[in-house]
Ligand binder design. Structure first.
Ligand code: MF3
Ligand code: CO
Length: 291
């Protein structure tokens, strides 16, 4: 918020409009919140309409890939086959799977089964079994713009307890999403998520959260799911981030696989579920960009 900018200069957001008719009043409003002691977003976190359109295009692929997985995933399939479907569908549509080679990650998608919290690595040796709950986490790069979302899949007949975990986790995301609107706070969202999880006897993973997403895979802010209303970062139009709580049937404590350095599991071996959406804060609420 410290860049000196003339009222008739082009706006910092890159819209091409003059500052005075673009983000001047917006900056003044944010300054007031900062003055009151709130955490406020930096200019870097605010996307202009052109960037938002590019991110939407990227997400179109991401959603199509998850739809394709939803159509084909079945008992007996290896997670390697899911990886192949994701790679092929993404590249066929002109995108690049964002996980591939990301910080050394070896595959195009994460497939996390039952007690796996996230970052399950696809393998020809891992076969989907009747009764499994599986998270498929897809992320796409199109022309340098990023999208990211994940869904849960139930394999055949799943026991009631695990089905309830998957359903409640989805409800957590929906309740969190309801809180996403300009001039509310990440803490409003976090509180809604955690409240619903704990009321159902579950625990929310603490160390892993969502993230800004669009110009890079993982941007600020970090998005946690524990917090109080009217705390944490202020939400303003143009911000894009993910809501992706990992909800555990037992303890919130987790462990990372010592062998592969990626796969995160629940410390007590009980099941975990996750749904992820990518959301844009709009002038009057929100738009779900990827799901
Ligand atoms: N898609 C995950 C997320 O939601 C990130 C996975 S990183 C990877 O943030 F390298 F494991 F793919
Ligand atoms: Co994410």
């Amino acid at each position: 918020m410290s860049i000196k900018i003339g009222r008739n200069d082009p706006c910092w957001c890159g819209s091409g409009k003059k500052y005075k008719v673009c983000h001047e009043a917006f900056d003044a409003k944010i300054k007031k919140y900062a003055f009151m002691g709130h955490q406020v977003p930096s200019h870097k976190m605010i996307k202009n309409p052109e960037q938002i359109q590019k991110i939407r295009e990227s997400a179109k692929i991401n959603v199509a890939v998850l739809d394709y997985v939803a159509e084909h995933i079945c008992v007996g399939m290896s997670t390697e086959e899911i990886d192949r479907m994701v790679y092929e569908k993404t590249t066929e549509m002109g995108g690049i799977p964002a996980p591939l080679n990301y910080e050394g990650y070896p595959k195009s998608v994460c497939t996390s089964i039952n007690e796996e919290v996230c970052h399950g690595i696809p393998s020809p040796d891992i076969l989907l079994k009747e009764g499994d709950i599986v998270n498929v986490d897809c992320s796409t790069i199109l022309d340098g713009y990023f999208s990211d979302s994940s869904r849960m899949f139930l394999m055949g007949t799943v026991d009631e307890e695990k089905k309830r975990l998957v359903r409640v986790t989805k409800e957590c995301v929906e309740l969190g999403l309801e809180q996403v609107k300009p001039w509310s706070f990440l803490g409003d969202m976090a509180y809604a998520v955690n409240k619903h999880a704990t009321e159902n006897g579950y625990q929310v993973v603490r160390e892993i959260g969502g993230h800004g997403c669009g110009l890079e895979f993982h941007e600020d802010p970090w998005v946690g799911y524990i917090g109080k209303p009217k705390t944490q970062m202020l939400l303003v139009p143009g911000m894009i981030f993910t809501i992706e709580p990992m909800i555990n049937m037992g303890t919130w404590r987790i462990q990372t696989d010592a062998q592969n350095g990626w796969t995160v599991r629940t410390a007590d071996g009980k099941p975990s579920a996750q749904w992820e959406i990518q959301v844009l804060v709009t002038e009057d609420g929100h738009e779900v960009i990827s799901w």
